[in-house]
Design a protein around this ligand. Structure first.
Ligand SMILES: [Zn+2]
Length: 341
């Protein structure tokens, strides 16, 4: 496998690196939508983060990457094998699965293994990309060009954590918990509002405009490409420190307090901005809690809301005919008013 760029060495994409660390702490926040130009390293950050995380324990040989520590959510085969026995464990890297634009539904959800059916008369399920992505990341480049019904399907599975297959005389379910990361270039196809607000966080990536930053981005990229292993060795300690930060945050997450005052702030902000439904507030709550955990805090503070509100809300704002300000500006304004009150 080609060498992965170290996460700690990524510069100039602060929102993007923050968003994926936050969802790595709490995957229930939902996916990350990355909007921006080509060549801004959108998939690099996801691969770098997965590479930074420690390998996961998986039931040996299981095509669904079942978690031996969560016996309630394992696949049917593992359930059968688990009766009265301890399941054998192997260690596997956190997956980043690419979903190509032309992928068929069969390839995504899995399908009857035709070869086995024809040659041996055995009816067996061949797992798809959803199974491969379990406990990892599912990356879709140009998500705005993906077939609508596939997008809906992915978002449903990502939310329920389970892939239910009822087709070709097959009926089975298997765990499929993953973080959906979609990239899109708004200039190459409208992003439907329904698609936008199904993603937990959205970030905009651009080529850095600051000259010194641009130079640093190129310098690091060049050093990495000339000698990946030396570059990785140089960033090893910084990467390890980030890994520990994420792992500690996951442990701390359940203990992070959210006061009624903070909940009220979140609700007032969403109300002021007119976001539909409660999804925005729930996302804000979870994301700010994950950020507090990352920073080692015991409770969520207004500064966490300030940092994450743009990432959690900007993409959910409907066009306001009386206010043609950019969504980012409207979130900022809302924040100022709510935090000043
Ligand atoms: Zn299994």
């Amino acid at each position: 496998m080609a060498s992965t760029f170290p996460f700690a060495a990524i510069v100039g994409q602060d929102d993007m690196t923050l968003a994926i660390q936050v969802v790595a702490v709490d995957p229930t926040i939902g996916g990350v939508l990355v909007l921006g130009d080509r060549g801004t390293g959108k998939s690099t950050a996801v691969r770098a983060l997965a590479d930074l995380l420690p390998p996961i324990d998986v039931v040996s040989g299981c095509a669904y990457r079942c978690d031996p520590k969560r016996p309630a959510g394992i696949c049917e085969r593992c359930q059968g094998n688990a009766k009265g026995r301890k399941l054998p464990i192997e260690s596997r890297p956190v997956a980043v699965v690419d979903l190509p634009l032309g992928a068929t539904e069969d390839r995504v959800v899995g399908a009857l293994d035709l070869e086995k059916a024809l040659s041996q008369g055995i009816k067996e399920f061949a797992p798809g990309l959803l199974a491969q992505a379990h406990r990892g990341f599912l990356y879709i480049d140009e998500v705005n060009l993906l077939d609508d019904h596939l997008v809906d399907l992915l978002i449903d599975v990502a939310a329920s954590g389970e892939n239910l297959v009822e087709r070709e005389g097959l009926s089975l379910r298997h765990p499929a918990r993953f973080v959906l990361v979609g990239s899109g270039n708004p200039e190459e196809g409208e992003l439907r509002p329904q698609l936008l607000d199904r993603f937990g966080l959205a970030v905009q990536v651009r080529t850095p405009q600051d000259l010194a930053l641009r130079v640093e981005v190129v310098r690091r990229r060049d050093a990495f490409e000339r000698d990946p292993e030396a570059f990785r060795a140089q960033w090893h300690d910084a990467n390890q420190a980030l890994q520990q930060r994420i792992l500690k945050a996951r442990k701390r997450l359940a203990a992070v307090q959210v006061s009624d005052a903070m909940l009220t702030l979140c609700a007032r902000l969403c109300q002021q901005l007119g976001t539909d439904g409660l999804r925005a507030e729930l996302t804000l709550l979870r994301a700010t809690r994950a950020l507090a955990a990352l920073q080692g805090h015991r409770e969520v503070k207004p500064e966490h809301l300030r940092t994450l509100a743009p990432l959690a809300l900007r993409h959910r704002l409907r066009r306001n005919p009386l206010d043609d300000a950019d969504a980012g500006v409207r979130v900022e304004r809302g924040l100022q008013e709510v935090l000043a009150a």
